[in-house]
Design a protein around this ligand. Structure first.
Ligand SMILES: CC(C)(COP(=O)(O)OP(=O)(O)OC[C@H]1O[C@@H](n2cnc3c(N)ncnc32)[C@H](O)[C@@H]1OP(=O)(O)O)[C@@H](O)C(=O)NCCC(=O)NCCS
Length: 173
């Protein structure tokens, strides 16, 4: 049984571990392999400790999927920071990762349903997210969750590699 709940300080280590596993398994072929091989959860702990401490529900915070064995996934939610969007009405899924050993068992769907419910509670009318071009797994998942590309794209550099990110969007009714 998987429970979705707001992250607490005790979840930070599990979030950081899930984040690293998500990168290692999800970004093979998309990011340089030495970057993936060099990832360590400890590097991610400060970032997630801050995100958990900085929560301002329901507008901002991290949700976790807890499957009894620990953190099976997490979603970091916040108002958009995009220059062409309105933070009062647009919520962004800033990070979304499911532990690879539980992929394709519905954890992501549960987590996304909770994230969108959170956005509605916050009064957001639109949800957006950015996904790396070529991340077909995530794109298929987001499409299944009701998102579609809105045409916006931006460059980024990860581990020295130039990548392109695409924005996905859905109206919240
Ligand atoms: C994308 C991700 C979050 C999906 O999580 P998940 O728990 O496996 O998703 P679910 O089991 O709820 O899948 C729901 C639906 O999404 C679609 N989907 C999920 N994974 C898919 C895949 N590999 N290929 C095609 N469709 C897929 C399917 O329609 C699936 O329904 P089905 O299994 O009944 O066919 C997970 O694979 C992940 O963490 N990937 C690595 C990190 C990542 O890329 N995050 C996004 C960063 S922008």
């Amino acid at each position: 049984m998987t429970l979705i709940r707001r992250a607490a300080p005790d979840d930070v280590q599990g979030i950081a571990e899930t984040h690293v596993l998500g990168w290692r398994h999800g970004y093979v072929g998309l990011l340089p392999q030495p970057v993936l091989d060099g990832l360590r959860p400890e590097q991610r702990v400060p970032r997630w400790a801050l995100a958990v401490a900085d929560a301002d529900w329901p507008r901002r915070g991290a949700l976790v999927a807890d499957d009894g064995d620990g953190i099976a996934g997490f979603a970091h939610l916040r108002p958009t920071g995009d220059e062409d969007a309105v933070p009062a009405t647009t919520g962004e899924v800033a990070s979304f990762y499911v532990r690879p050993d539980t992929w394709r068992r519905g954890v992501g769907s549960l987590l996304m349903a909770a994230a969108l419910a959170c956005f509605r509670e916050a009064g957001f009318t639109t949800a957006t997210l950015w996904v790396q071009e070529g991340n077909e797994r995530a794109m298929a998942f987001y499409a299944r969750c009701g998102f579609a590309p809105d045409g916006a794209a931006k460059p980024d550099v990860v581990g020295g590699l130039e990548i392109r990110e695409l924005r996905y969007r859905q109206a919240l009714t």
